[in-house]
Design a binder for this molecule. Structure first.
Ligand SMILES: O=C(O)c1ccccc1NCC(=O)[C@H](O)[C@H](O)COP(=O)(O)O
Length: 224
């Protein structure tokens, strides 16, 4: 799985349609978050996910950490992929693989000022139980570990790509203007963007999504 594009923070059916029409592969729905309100209800997310055709995929982005709870939530929503953004113990990742072997699991690696050793250790410990890692940015001002709109030190993500036995998705402050450079520097298997594709009202801007997809596809072809 290489050259994959995810757009996160879907807020309703119209936005999901826009993202899909512009050629994005995966649609991320942020639910059960500690720091901010969800953009949509779980019932609305489930209805949108149900209508997603097999060439696309709905991914639930959450801070849940308990394997049983994660499995139950995915079943309720009808999703086949989960992005775990919290500090999930390795034992819970292993338990999740045991009870939901077909669930595609992405595990976040939140890049801070000096935590590359800790992230490398997580890659080593978690790789057997996850399908993909996602590097994302930390905002020290708010404590946010996602949807920060801030790029991080891409050399950290590049090193994690080098050592990880699993594919890695790059996220954090990506925009149409920087995604090609980011792909060339980090050489990830996938990219994700959220706030960098929004307009002034907080909805996804069609032109920004279109440009992001075009720039990312071009860069993925260059590094292939
Ligand atoms: O998408 C969210 O609302 C969200 C909230 C809390 C934690 C993570 C969240 N999303 C994870 C993502 O995959 C985002 O797209 C990623 O953090 C990149 O966001 P941005 O820097 O705004 O492009």
């Amino acid at each position: 799985m290489r050259g994959m594009i995810q757009v996160a923070g879907v807020i309703d059916q119209a936005e999901a349609d826009l993202i899909r029409e512009e050629g994005v592969d995966w649609l991320g729905f942020a639910l059960r978050l500690p720091l901010r309100n969800e953009d949509l209800s779980e019932a609305d997310a489930a209805a949108i996910i149900k209508a997603i055709q097999p060439e696309h995929r709905g991914v639930v982005i959450t801070y849940l950490t308990d394997a049983e709870e994660i499995r139950g939530f995915c079943a309720e929503l009808g999703v086949s992929a989960i992005q775990l953004h919290g500090d999930v113990p390795t034992a819970q990742l292993r338990a999740l693989r045991d009870i939901a072997p077909d669930l595609y699991v992405l595990k976040s690696l939140v890049v801070k000022a000096d935590n590359i050793d800790e992230l490398a250790k997580t890659v080593g410990e978690a790789a057997d139980w996850v399908d993909m890692f996602i590097t994302d940015s930390f905002d020290p001002a708010t404590g946010a570990k996602g949807a920060t709109g801030r790029p991080h030190d891409w050399s950290v993500s590049a090193e994690l790509v080098r050592i990880s036995p699993r594919p890695l998705m790059l996220a954090g402050g990506l925009t149409p203007a920087n995604v090609a450079t980011a792909i060339n520097r980090v050489r990830p298997a996938a990219v994700d963007a959220h706030t960098g594709l929004e307009d002034a009202t907080g909805r996804k801007d069609r032109l920004k999504v279109r440009q992001f997809v075009a720039e990312a596809r071009r860069a993925f072809e260059e590094i292939a």
